[in-house]
Design a protein around this ligand. Structure first.
Ligand code: ADE
Length: 421
C-alpha cells in the first residue's frame, strides 16, 4: 500500500479504478497527445499544482497528464458527492498522486480536504467552482504570494472569479477554461445534456416519453438538458429570467413560462441557472404528488431544500440518490442527489469524449501559465484562441473527420471589401 499522504475511502478499490481510468482514456485522444508531448518536454517541471475537481476517471487522466509534464500534483474533491472512490484509490495506489476525497464526505471533511490541497503550497491552482482560490484568499492570504496563476473549469467559478477581479482582490492571473469554445460549446451543452438525463434515469428509471419536463435556465447547460429531454419524448418547458434566452427557448420550440405556472404542471424539474432558490416554497406548494426535482447547476443552492424540509412532515431515503419529502397534505416530492449536481451525484458526469477537450484546455492553460504568467495581468483571461482552435483540430482528427480548406480565391474574397454584387 502506498504511504503518500492522502485521505481516500478504500485503497483496495485501486485495481478496479485503474481499469475505469484506462477505459475512459481510450476516448481522450487529445489529452493523450498532450500527455505524450508533456512526457518529453516537461513544461511543468517542479511546479506545485493543486487541483480541486470532480474526482472522476476523466480527471484522473488529466492528473496523469499534468504529472507527466513534471508537475507535483495534489487533488481534492470539488463536490462531496461526485468522488468515485475507486478512481481516488487508483490515483494514489497506481499513479502515486495524492488525493483528498471521499464520496459522501461531510462539509467539514470537504473543507479539510481543500485545506490539505492548499497546504501543498500550490504555484498553480485548478478549480471547478473556485473553492480553492476563494479559500486561499479568505484563509491563507500569505500563500497567494506563491501563486503564479489559476485555471477555472466552470461557469459558476468564472462568475465568482470575475467578482474577485472586480473587487480588486485577485493577486494572480486566472484562465477561464469554461470560456473556451472547445469547452462550453461541447462539455456544457452535450456533456451536461446527456449526463443529466443519465443521472435522472439511473436514479429513478422513469419513462421520459410523454412527461412534462421543466428546465430552469436556458444557458449552454440547460439548452443541452432541454434538447436531450425533448429527444427522449418529454414535453419541455423552460423557465428563464433573461429575455433573450427566453426568446431563444421559445423559438427553439419549447413552452416558456414562469416557474409559478410550470410548478403546477411539471413531472420532472431540473435547475441549471447558477442562482440560488430557483425552486422554493411557493413552487413546492403547487407541485403535483410525485414530482421529481433535481439540480444540475454547480452548487446545491438552486433547490431551496430548507424550505422543502420545513414544509415536510417526514423525509426518507427511498433508494440511492432518491429522497422522499412527505408533505402535510399527503403529497410526496422526490429530490435527487440531495440537490447536488445530479449528473455526478447519480451518474458518472460528462462522457470522456467531451471532457477530453475541457481537460486539454486545462492542461494547455497550465502550460501557458507556467510559461507566460509573469506577462499576464492579475485578472480573468480567456484561453488563447490558438489553443482553442488547435484543440478543435485535434479532436476532429481523433474522430477521423476531415474538413474543407479555403481556396486561395476564397481567402482573397474574404479579405477584400471591394467585391460586391
Ligand atoms: N464535470 C462534469 N463531468 C465531469 C467529469 N466526468 N469529470 C470531471 N469533471 C466533470
Amino acid at each position: 500500500m502506498s504511504n503518500i499522504k492522502c485521505d481516500i475511502a478504500d485503497p483496495s478499490l485501486a485495481e478496479a479504478g485503474k481499469e475505469n481510468i484506462l477505459f475512459a482514456d481510450r476516448e481522450m485522444k487529445v489529452l493523450e497527445q498532450i500527455r505524450n508531448r508533456f512526457s518529453e518536454e516537461k513544461p511543468l517541471e517542479g511546479v506545485r499544482l493543486s487541483a480541486c475537481l470532480h474526482v472522476t476517471t476523466e480527471t484522473a487522466n488529466l492528473m496523469r497528464t499534468l504529472k507527466a509534464g513534471g508537475a507535483d500534483v495534489v487533488l481534492c474533491a470539488s463536490n462531496p458527492l461526485s468522488t468515485k472512490d475507486d478512481v481516488a484509490a487508483a490515483l494514489v495506489e497506481e499513479y502515486d498522486i495524492p488525493v483528498f476525497a471521499i464520496h459522501g464526505e461531510d462539509r467539514e471533511t470537504y473543507y479539510s480536504h481543500i485545506n490539505a490541497a492548499i497546504e501543498h503550497k500550490p504555484q498553480i491552482t485548478m478549480d471547478d467552482g473556485a473553492d480553492l482560490v476563494s479559500t486561499i484568499l479568505k484563509e491563507y492570504p500569505d500563500l497567494a504570494e506563491n501563486l503564479i496563476g489559476s485555471t477555472e473549469e466552470t461557469t459558476t467559478g468564472v462568475i465568482r472569479l470575475r467578482a474577485m477581479a472586480n473587487n480588486d482582490v485577485l493577486e494572480f492571473p486566472v484562465i477561464a477554461v469554461n470560456d473556451a469554445k472547445t469547452k462550453h460549446m461541447f462539455d456544457n451543452r452535450y456533456g451536461t445534456g446527456q449526463s443529466t438525463i443519465d443521472g435522472i434515469l439511473r436514479a429513478t428509471n422513469i419513462l421520459l416519453a410523454g412527461r412534462e419536463f421543466v428546465v430552469a435556465g436556458f444557458g449552454w447547460c440547460s439548452q443541452g438538458i432541454a434538447m436531450r429531454a425533448e429527444g427522449m419524448g418529454a414535453n419541455v418547458t423552460v423557465c428563464e429570467v433573461d429575455p433573450l434566452r427566453a426568446l431563444e427557448a421559445h423559438m427553439s420550440g419549447y413552452d416558456v413560462k414562469p416557474m409559478s405556472e410550470a410548478a403546477e404542471e411539471g413531472d420532472v424539474f431540473v435547475t441549471s441557472t447558477g442562482d440560488i432558490s430557483v425552486i422554493r416554497r411557493e413552487h413546492f406548494e403547487k407541485m403535483k404528488d410525485g414530482a421529481i426535482v433535481a439540480n444540475s447547476g454547480h452548487f446545491n443552492v438552486e433547490l431551496d431544500l430548507e424550505d422543502l424540509a420545513d414544509m415536510a412532515v417526514n423525509k426518507r431515503q427511498v433508494k440511492p440518490s432518491v429522497e422522499e419529502y412527505k408533505l402535510q397534505d399527503g403529497r410526496s416530492i422526490f429530490v435527487l442527489g440531495e440537490g447536488r449536481l445530479v449528473n455526478l451525484a447519480a451518474a458518472e458526469g460528462h462522457p470522456a469524449e467531451v471532457m477530453d477537450m475541457s481537460f486539454a484546455n486545462q492542461a494547455l492553460s497550465a502550460e501557458h501559465l507556467a510559461k507566460e504568467a509573469a506577462e499576464l495581468e492579475h485578472t480573468v483571461h480567456s484561453v488563447p484562441q490558438p489553443i482553442d482552435e488547435r484543440i478543435a483540430e485535434l479532436r476532429l482528427a481523433a474522430s477521423g473527420i476531415e474538413i474543407d480548406q479555403l481556396t486561395t480565391k476564397q481567402k482573397e474574397y474574404l479579405e477584400s471589401w471591394q467585391m460586391g454584387t
